[in-house]
Design a protein around this ligand. Structure first.
Ligand code: SAH
Length: 306
């Protein structure tokens, strides 16, 4: 059921009244596309016209994972991410975050959720936590919920201090070299990596859960064996697990980056393994409909479809 209009057992006028008085969702669906691999990307619009995208990923083992947004756009300007190049709208409310999940839940049962869509979750920490705490009502347990951050320290500290539920934490690192990280992610100047990693270690000590580390593999930029060793010496196997992400091309980067080859990614992973740092390579989903990591961006919310 996606609208009162489908409740044909109700009188037409009652349907209209219900739609006005108790809307089923705070979000309107503008467009929905399905990729060859079954990934679904949905573009929503808030009541005040802001664009929000979310993705449903279907895996062969039956897992159904959704990737949801915490903001319309993103005020941070990571150079390899399409969302950073679009205009920032605003923080989403807890209902607007949950309504993305509810939308997919109406299509089919879902069991995993990552806060890896548009926006920086810890810039909107109160609404993100409110929404995450309610996901079990939709069938997604805390252990299958992951919040990803660039290392926005005020929100990260609050998460570490206050969240007793076993919600997972992921840190977008992308390099262990502070100068390179500032070039890729300007937010690094504000919150130095050493402080962010220290905060992650505090989380591990307090909550006894490892932190996932995300690392986008950019050819000739951050993918050398020396850089893998540098990453390994920043991390430790008791606290961190690395997820290597094949780069997804985005037009706003203007061809600045190319993805590392499979061989280079495998070599990087071997160097980490030698240092006993566990690493996996992320499966790329939905690239043909620009639904993959870093590809969520909308040119103009009011003119979509034009
Ligand atoms: N702002 C948070 C939440 C978004 S997560 C964060 O950055 O962690 C989105 C993930 O996709 C991040 O790890 C991000 O670095 C990664 N990403 C961004 N652009 C990408 C691209 N073009 N290809 C692959 N991964 C990308």
């Amino acid at each position: 059921m996606t609208s009162y209009e489908e409740m044909t057992t109700l009188p037409k006028r009652l349907r209209a009244t219900l739609a006005d008085a108790v809307p089923l969702s705070t979000l309107e669906v503008v467009e929905q596309r399905e990729a060859r691999d079954g990934t679904v990307k949905t573009l929503f619009r808030t009541h005040d016209g802001h664009a929000v995208e979310a993705v449903l990923m279907r895996y062969r083992d039956g897992r159904r994972s959704i990737c949801i947004s915490s903001q319309s756009g993103c005020p941070l300007t990571c150079t390899f991410c399409a969302t950073g190049a679009m205009r920032f709208g605003r923080n989403l409310t807890a209902s607007e975050i949950l309504d993305q999940a509810l939308h997919f839940r109406r299509i089919e049962p879902i069991d995993h959720c990552v806060y890896m869509g548009m926006g920086e979750p810890f810039l909107n920490v109160a609404h993100v936590l409110d929404s995450a705490r309610r996901l079990p009502d939709l069938g997604i347990t805390h252990r299958r919920t992951t919040i990803s951050t660039v290392g926005w320290l005020p929100g990260l500290r609050r998460f570490v201090d206050e969240v007793e539920e076993p919600i997972r934490l992921a840190l977008s690192i992308h390099t262990a070299d502070p100068a390179l990280r500032s070039a890729l992610m300007p937010v690094n100047d504000r919150f130095p990596l050493a402080d962010v990693v220290a905060e992650c270690r505090r989380y591990v000590a307090l909550r006894h859960r490892k932190v996932f580390v995300e690392y986008v593999m950019l050819a000739g930029v951050n993918d050398s064996p020396a850089q893998a060793r540098e990453l390994a010496s920043l991390l430790d196997p008791e606290s961190f697990k690395v997820n290597l992400i094949p780069y997804n091309p985005i037009s706003s980067a203007g061809g600045l980056y190319a993805g590392s080859s499979r061989e280079t990614i495998a070599r990087f992973k071997r160097v980490l393994a030698r240092a006993r740092i566990p690493a996996t390579v992320r499966l790329t989903r939905g690239r043909d409909i620009e639904a993959a990591c870093g590809q969520l961006a909308v040119a103009s919310p009011t003119r979509t479809g034009a």
